[in-house]
Structures are given as C-alpha cells and as structure tokens.
Design a protein around this ligand. Structure first.
Ligand SMILES: [Zn+2]
Length: 320
C-alpha cells in the first residue's frame, strides 16, 4: 500500500473515532420492527452491517390470521421505527401500534407516493379482496386510509415496488440515525442493483408463461402478474382466513374447465384439501406458491429467494 493511501486511511479512521466519541448515539442502531417476512428482508438489507430489524409475523404464520404475542408488544414498545404495509394487510397491528408504539415513527408503505398500487379485482372469478378489515365503516377517522379499501395490499411482489420500499426505508433510517446515513445509502444502492438484476432474470424465466391460465389460492399475486404479464384467472378464496362458499368453488371449477386452466396453486399455510376439491374431475395440475415466505428462513436472502421460488413453481407446473 502506498504511503499516501495509508495516511488517508489513518486520517479517516481517526476522524471516525472522533465522531464516535462525540456522538454516543452512533454506538447503537435504531430499534426497527417490521411486520412481515418479505418487507423484513428488504429492511434487513438496508440495515446490513449496522443493525438487525425485528420481525413480528415469524415462521409459517400469515399476516391474515396473526395474533400479537407478548414479545411483539414488547418489541413495539421499544421501537424507534415500525415498517408495515398498512391496515389493509396487517389488521392485527393497527391497535397495538397506537397502544404500544405511540412515539415510534411509522413507515406505512401503502402511503408511499412512489409505490404502484393496483385495485383489488372484482367480477368474473375475482371477488373483492377482504383481509378481514371492516368495510364501509363511516365512523373511521382516517380518511386517507379509507381510500385504500379497494387496493390490493400485496405490494412487495413487484420488484419496482421493492425498490420504492428500499429507498423509503433508507430515507427513514437516515433521518433516525444520521451517523449511519452513509451506510444505509450504500446498502440501499447495492440492494437496488440486486433488485434490477432479479427483475431482468424473472422476466426471462416467466416470458414463456404469458398465455397459460392458472388459478391461485387467494388474490396475492396481482403485482407479480402485472409485472410479468401472467394470466391468473381466479382465486379460490376471497380471504385466506375464510372458507370459500360452495357456490364460489363451483364457479372456480367451471372457470378451470372453461379456460382449460393448467394449474391450481395452494399456499403452504393453508389446507390443500380445498385445492384438491377444486381440481377433482378437471385436467388441472396442482402446485404451491408462497407469497409471504412462510417456508423460508427470515433474513436478507428471503426476498430474492421468495421471488425466484414463485417463478420456479409457476414454470414447474405450467411448463415452459
Ligand atoms: Zn392476501
């Protein structure tokens, strides 16, 4: 190493030491709580080398049917920043946020202007998506939130939205923790590049599936379908925590037969019996899609793995 480079390094190291001494907050990363696995993965990537976010909906749990644990309430009370999609998806978090984390900064992703939002589907085999949230509640105080009632909340399944989430997270973290702002920006840039590469890869993988109709367990994939030009034609349930009616099941069966849908996909958290009932007597095959990473270990690698697994399951069942 040349002497000038070494001396520059030493100067930088000394400056960093001085900064540590004058800024005690530098020693501890902000306490960040994230609702669900795919978002947690993106936030973990932005916090790489600085700290680790805490995840609420862990393991194979689903945000649709989640119940808060005492440890979750404790994590919320200690949080500096809470990142969640919004009440449309994590209804379980709406009251605890008020009760346990009144002072924490909230990053409500559905409120981001940089996000592409899609209307929940209606008509045909698609019925309005309902995550158990109260509709037509005129006493509701938050009107901005009412505007979201008809939106699909599975925003992370489009890498362009993941980009917006990463950028907004880096901004929120830099505001909370200016001493580490540089690290958050560098991590965000690296993550954005990885997302671009992932997007290009998925476009290639999924291009041959353009005109192959399939049925999903619940309407979680709209952003993925729109991004990659896929042809989902219906969902078995309106909301994954609710049993579909016999009428709905027969409508879906008719749709599978009529459109010659090649595949019906279940999800790891929910009983596959329904899927078997639906495909009985049709030529459709069955597969599994995991939109929330229920089967994956939490962490930075989860998001790209989740997206690649969706593509691989679709290819595996629908053929190329
Ligand atoms: Zn859902």
């Amino acid at each position: 190493m040349r002497l000038t480079a070494l001396s520059a390094l030493l100067t930088a190291a000394l400056a960093a030491t001085a900064a540590t001494a004058s800024l005690p907050a530098w020693a501890e990363a902000p306490k960040v709580v994230v609702s669900i696995k795919p978002i947690h993965s993106l936030v973990a990537s932005v916090m790489h080398g600085v700290g680790e976010p805490t995840l609420l909906v862990r393991g194979g749990a689903s945000p649709h049917s989640y119940t808060m644990k005492p440890s979750d309430a404790k994590a919320l009370s200690a949080a500096d920043l809470v990142v969640w999609v919004g009440p449309e998806l994590e209804g379980f978090l709406e009251k605890p946020l008020q009760a346990n984390a009144p002072k924490a900064t909230r990053l409500t992703l559905m409120d981001l202007k940089s996000l592409t939002l899609l209307q929940a589907r209606e008509g045909g085999a698609w019925e309005p998506h309902d995550h158990g949230h109260e509709h037509h509640d005129h006493d509701h105080k938050d009107h901005a939130h009412e505007d979201h009632e008809e939106l699909n909340s599975h925003i992370w399944l489009d890498p362009a939205n993941a980009r917006a989430i990463v950028t907004a997270t880096a901004d929120a973290l830099a505001a909370k923790d200016p001493a580490d702002a540089e690290a958050y920006r560098t991590n965000a840039d690296r993550t954005l590049q990885a997302l671009d590469a992932l997007d290009a890869e998925l476009k290639t993988t999924l291009a041959p599936l353009k005109d192959k109709p399939f049925v999903v367990f619940h309407d979680a994939y709209q952003y993925f379908e729109a991004r990659y030009d896929l042809s989902a034609v219906g969902s078995i349930t309106v909301s994954p925590d609710r049993r579909p009616s016999a009428k709905r099941l027969s409508a879906i069966r008719a749709k599978i037969a009529g459109l010659n849908a090649a595949c019906v996909f279940s999800e790891p958290q929910f009983e596959p019996t329904l899927v078997r009932t639906v495909v009985e007597g049709t030529k459709a095959k069955t597969g599994v899609l995991d939109p929330e990473g229920a089967d994956l270990p939490e962490g930075e690698a989860l998001y790209p793995t989740l997206m690649r697994n969706l593509a691989a399951s679709l290819r595996g069942c629908l053929g190329a």
